[in-house]
Design a protein around this ligand. Structure first.
Ligand code: NAD
Length: 348
């Protein structure tokens, strides 16, 4: 019998509750020892408690220091500030780890195995934005301030470098735009190169690339990359690009790792265009749950879950619409739970 692990559960908005149900069914079938404390945030928080990030939700994560989270809706333009960004700030979740690996072969790109490490607290996401009114136009000028610090950059780069070593990776690429934003992203580049020279030279290869060239190279020859480490906004964009290389947003998980807590989620959002239709692909959140199991030192259960997801997709060939299949979320979940119960076909 394993020790119970208290964890906060936020079902989230849009497709969130549908994919969270799938993950809970899989974790129950695995016998994962999480003791869930269900909480709300995002639009769900506004509807239930009049607050996109209720105090009770924050208190729960302060208590458990561990959460699995469905996607949270954030209004574009006006409205409340992103609950995701506020969660990262509250729990100092400075590193966003987003692996992307080909699970379903035969797509446009095969054998992809990349890790994007995104700085999660600084850059252009800090929310220092305002408009300047001119004449009768209140939005005549829009301004945003970005802040990257030496300390924040170093902490994230050190995390990425250490992760690359632990994961047995050969190369790390620092992605920047220091030719134009010489200070804002220059500090990140400079800190990374200095840290590598001082502490990591010889343990892996370090490359540096400008974000626009990186986007092109990732599409032309993604196999030339291994671990990519970058600032907040670039990391957000690149991780969606990389998701596209492995079959789309339904396939990529994310871990927000910090000093005070860790929150696991899918890279994708609430997918309002397919919400409530029962067709969402739960794979990304399932892989996030596997990362959460590993974080809790339950690597055996993480392996079982990943193997069952892969076998459901590739041996049973049960796939959701986004992967060219016909299965609903519930049909995929049913097949996955059966897989977990029966065990893998073969273990090489
Ligand atoms: P999105 O990721 O929700 O959707 C983009 C496209 O991918 C859509 O066509 C959607 O149907 C598809 N898609 C996404 N996840 C899928 C899945 N699991 N299965 C099948 N198809 C899937 O991006 P968006 O539409 O730009 O954002 C919607 C909302 O989500 C916004 O309010 C945004 O702020 C929020 N968002 C939240 C998070 C988060 O909570 N971490 C991340 C990104 C966006």
């Amino acid at each position: 019998m394993r020790e119970p692990i208290p964890a906060t559960l936020i079902a989230g908005d849009g497709i969130g509750p549908e994919i969270v149900d799938a993950v809970l069914a899989a974790l129950n079938a695995l016998g994962a020892p999480f003791e869930w404390d269900p909480q709300v945030a995002g639009l769900g928080g506004v509807n239930a408690a009049g607050d996109p990030l209720p105090q009770e939700t924050l208190e729960s994560i302060h208590r458990t220091r561990l959460a699995l989270k469905g996607p949270l809706e954030t209004p574009s333009g006006g409205g409340y500030r992103s609950s995701n960004v506020r969660l990262r700030e509250e729990f100092k979740l400075f590193a966003n780890l987003r692996p992307a690996r080909t699970l379903v072969p035969g797509g446009r790109f095969d054998d992809i195995d990349l890790i994007v490490v995104r700085e999660n607290l600084e850059g252009l996401y800090i929310g220092h934005e305002h408009y300047i009114e001119i004449d009768d136009d209140p939005h005549a000028v829009a301004m945003a301030t970005g802040i990257n610090t030496r300390q924040g950059s170093r902490r994230l780069l050190e995390f990425a470098f250490e992760h690359a070593i632990v994961a047995g990776r050969k190369k790390v690429t620092i992605v920047h735009k220091a030719n134009i934003m010489k200070a804002l992203t220059g500090i990140f580049l400079e800190t990374g190169v200095e840290l590598y020279e001082r502490k990591y030279r010889g343990r892996f290869t370090l490359e540096t690339v400008i974000i626009d060239a990186c986007a092109m190279k990732l599409v032309q020859n993604p196999w030339a990359f291994d671990v990519l480490v970058t600032t907040n906004l670039f990391g957000d964009i690149l991780s969606d690009l990389v998701a596209g290389l492995v079959g789309g947003l339904g396939m990529t998980p994310g871990a927000n790792i910090g000093v005070n807590a860790a929150i696991f989620e899918a890279v994708h959002g609430s997918a309002p265009d397919i919400a409530g239709k029962g067709i969402a692909n739960p794979t990304a959140l399932l892989l996030a749950a596997a990362m959460m199991l590993e974080h809790c030192k339950l690597a055996d259960l993480a392996l079982c879950l990943r193997t069952a997801v892969s076998d459901t997709l590739n041996v049973d060939r049960v796939r959701t619409l986004d992967l060219g299949g016909k299965a609903s979320t519930a049909e995929f979940t049913h097949a996955l739970v059966k897989r977990i119960a029966n065990g893998p076909d073969h273990l090489d």
